[in-house]
Design a protein around this ligand. Structure first.
Ligand code: ZN
Length: 311
């Protein structure tokens, strides 16, 4: 089964990314005139206070107050023709910015969890965060070691010495719910908040299909040989620059052999218990990841469809 009708957090931007026009410097400059600027300082974004709410799209004057950007990129334009830009400023600026009183500085997870912004902007912020992170770590050419410069409105970095062109990357990560009969496999990583149980996950390796990565990780972490794999949905996950590929995998056995380096615990969970985890009503105060995470939707789909998720 797939999840076409639900927009996962950090996806679903309606911006026109202008991917064919990023080299048109006159166009990019014209878009700067009345821009919305998403400003990242360290791991957090600046939100301007607007009445009772907040706005991540700072005016040019507000963005200028935050300081000269270390890195910048054009994200696209909205239906009204307004340009959207991403800027990274030094994290040392945060205290001074807060002192002004008309901004708050909040990390992207908290922005989503607290519902501070419309979903539209979450997607653009996710793009900004992943892209700026990539720039920050690709200032030198991976081919020859000399400094690189941004090009294509922030969607490429070029090396003037060896002419190599470097493009932004996103790291594919599989997240899968193993299903055995009427139960699914939930696990705890030591880094999880106390009480949270989620699906297994891991990075796709070179030379591997998503399905193979799903089966390999399920075997490595839980000792479970995987059968059928069904794609569910994918989610941009800018922590720092991944895409989560959600899937279900059929467990060929219920016998667990847990990798104790990767996992603190793993166990089979019934649909009824999953319902309590999703609703935050579990008697042991265990809980599933919040709706902003694709894991929540994988577990929910299993509760609603059972083995039907493979159809
Ligand atoms: Zn080079």
């Amino acid at each position: 089964m797939s999840l076409p009708e639900t927009r996962l957090t950090y996806s679903g931007s309606s911006l026109d990314r202008l991917s064919e026009q990023r080299g048109d410097t006159a166009l990019i400059e014209s878009l700067r005139a009345n821009a919305r600027n998403f400003v990242l300082a360290g791991e957090s974004f600046l939100l301007a206070k607007r009445g009772e709410g907040f706005d991540a799209g700072l005016t040019n004057d507000e963005a200028a107050y935050a300081g000269e950007p270390l890195e910048a990129a054009m994200l696209g334009k909205d239906a009204n023709g307004r340009g959207h830009f991403a800027r990274a400023v030094p994290p040392e600026r945060i205290e001074g910015i807060k002192a002004r009183g008309d901004f708050i500085v909040v990390d992207l997870r908290s922005i989503a969890l607290q519902g501070l912004l419309p979903p539209e902007d979450l997607s653009a912020l996710a793009t900004a965060k992943a892209l700026l992170f990539w720039h920050e770590r690709h200032r030198f050419c991976a081919n020859c070691g000399k400094p690189t410069k941004p090009a294509q409105a922030g969607w490429r970095r070029d090396c003037a010495i060896c002419s190599a062109q470097h493009f932004p990357r996103t790291d594919p990560c599989v997240i899968m719910l193993a299903i055995h009969g009427e139960q699914c496999l939930l696990a705890r990583q030591t880094r999880f908040p106390p009480g949270m149980w989620s699906a297994l996950a891991g990075f796709v390796e070179p030379g591997e299909s998503f399905e193979e990565a799903v089966r390999r990780e399920t075997m490595e972490e839980a000792g479970i040989p995987g059968g059928r794999v069904a794609y569910f949905a994918s989610q941009p996950w800018p922590f720092p620059m991944s895409i989560m590929i959600g899937a279900f995998v059929e467990a060929k056995t219920g016998k667990l052999k847990i990798d104790e380096v990767e996992l603190e615990a793993a166990r089979w969970v019934t649909k009824d218990e999953c319902r309590l985890l999703l609703a935050g009503k579990h008697p042991a105060r265990f809980f599933a990841p919040p709706p902003l995470a694709i894991a929540h939707h994988l577990i929910k789909a299993f509760v609603e469809r059972g083995a039907g998720v493979f159809d």
